[in-house]
Design a protein around this ligand. Sequence first.
Ligand SMILES: [Zn+2]
Ligand SMILES: [Zn+2]
Length: 242
Amino acid sequence: MELTVLGCSGSYGAPAGGACSGYLVRAGDATIWMDCGNGSFANLQQHVDPGELSAVVITHCHADHCVDIYGVHVMFRYGRKLSGLPVYAPEGAEALLAQLVGSFGDTFDWRTVRDGDHASIGDAALRFSRTDHPPPTVAVEIAHDGKRLVYTADTGPDWTVGAFGEGADLVLSEATYLHDDIRAPIHLSARQAGEQARAANARRLIITHLWPTLDPLASVEEASEAFGREVGLAAPHLSTHV
Ligand SMILES: [Zn+2]
Ligand SMILES: [Zn+2]
């Protein structure tokens, strides 16, 4: 399984190519675009032909995780004449997002996911868990070939990666804040991300969704101290094997 970061800026776009949340996951024959935040579709096209996508997963309908669905809609409907791309998203997402375009027509095959749901996308097995974040939001586990990737989506501290069990091979955790400056408890600090991944015996941790004005090295240091080992930092176009 391979994870490629398409965008990782927390909540709004950062200068110098700082697209918002988007990740490309290749697992066997599955090619999954996980979150389609602003700027991530442009970066996606540097790694894969969108016509080859197996599915899109939208964790929640905050703009920084979903608005590039409009780009793929226009490309598929008016450019490539493609239809039926499966989109896994929390309840209400299709109706909410369709308001800007009237209707998505047959571009997408919408599939509602709730807490505890499972899905198979080609060779990849997915599970979903409702997080501690105001709109309906799901964290995602992708399993393939004995390996497990867990993506926290956005969450406050009342949900943890342990919801998917212990020992994930890679946890991709939001870490919006530094711990001494938590602005709203709907996100994690770097320390909380490290503590929670450690408590769930994660093998590796990569932090993402940092508030754009933070010094990322301070976040890595804080998360690493809490995790007990060096953590990785998401960056656009970074790829890693799981
Ligand atoms: Zn976000
Ligand atoms: Zn959010």
